[in-house]
Design a protein around this ligand. Sequence first.
Ligand code: PLP
Length: 461
Amino acid sequence: MSVVQQSLSSFISSSNSTFLSQNKLKFRVQNVSVPGKISRVTKCVSAPSAEKTGHATKVLRNENLAKLQAGYLFPEIARRRNAHKLKYPDAEVISLGIGDTTEPIPDVITSAMAKRAEALSTLEGYSGYGAEQGEQKLRAAIANTYYAGLGIEESDIFVSDGAKSDISRLQVLFGSKVTMAVQDPSYPAYVDSSVIMGQTGQFQKDVEKYGKIEYMKCVPENDFFPDLSGVARTDIIFFCSPNNPTGSTASREQLTKLVQFAKKNGSIIVYDSAYAMYIADDSPLSIFEIPGAREVAIEVSSFSKYAGFTGVRLGWTVIPKELLFSDGFPVAKDFNRIVCTAFNGASNIAQAGGLACLSPEGLQAMQETVGFYKENTKIIVETFQSLGFKVYGGKNAPYVWVHFPGRSSWDVFAEILEKTHVVTTPGSGFGPAGEGFVRVSSFGHRSNVLEACRRFKELYK
Ligand SMILES: Cc1ncc(COP(=O)(O)O)c(C=O)c1O
């Protein structure tokens, strides 16, 4: 028995606590005693969720959180990947699942962050809290780089610690009484944050949908753009292009229809352009390229997938002054209030990195990073096409949407993992219309992508 086990054991025998009973200790020790794998095992073998502690507070659980189904999609995939690693400890698992970047951040960007970090150690270079909305220089650079000529000013830009955080902050802004629509399938944060805010009904297992959310079906049959004539009016419309997970991009004509639809219904579009730099054709890079969009749309975006900032954390949200609530109050003013209350501004080091991203050298370096992932995408697309699969996306996005007609996405996910040790993402995790598809991410080292494709070819030849 190890020293830790001995002391735990003696603690338990001297304790009346129901929490740490002998049995539970046995359960834990048994599950972590795989030789040489202790830290991994502790990470992935969680205590049973129904485990009772000795003391419960009198605080009611937020009933909206109880509505959520299982875990957030990506932690669930990580859980399955870890379980797979336990089952096959010697397997070389390749992850093309969660859309996390893998390539180093270009030097021109990290050196600017390093310089700013070092300056913080000097009297002249130190800075504490910054403006909640972001540094003026960065707001101006974002406006000039991505929105030049579109009527967006630096004061319309709110710098954030990433698009995901701002999606939730926007939900706080809207409150619990609004109704919302999403593309089906879509990035899970829109639906989950809506559930948490209390905008939805319960999850309906038969249709795999939450009550009170309008799911806008996006499938090959409608070119991944919803038939708006069949979409009910909602207050908020979440729309992502290039889309995660399908990789599809809305054309100018389609976005014009969306803006007109929002205007007619008095709705607000929350447009997620986190992958805009992956666009290779003439699809709009921003919703604000569409006439009239400034009166009906908010745009969230991010440096995550352009510069490898998934860990650094930096994004932005654009709320034009023209966007008003029904009583005429500017939406941006209320969002400013939310940001000042719930957020103290993005890290100053990250903002220095953001500014470097938008320098001529930084933009060039980001294009190269994006270009690298797009070459990966091409390899994945060609692999599945050569195997006879129908493949969507990929052209303007780092995601490939592979069709397995008539099969369950989770079954295909499990089959690929079991037989090739490659992690993908089951399409149904993004919404019921994702059933029958698997998303393959192109975020990976080239050698891993090539090896994964070799294994796919072996499995499906
Ligand atoms: C569509 C979409 N929006 C937002 C995000 C989150 O971006 P960030 O890292 O800036 O929070 C992601 C991340 O995968 C995404 O796919």
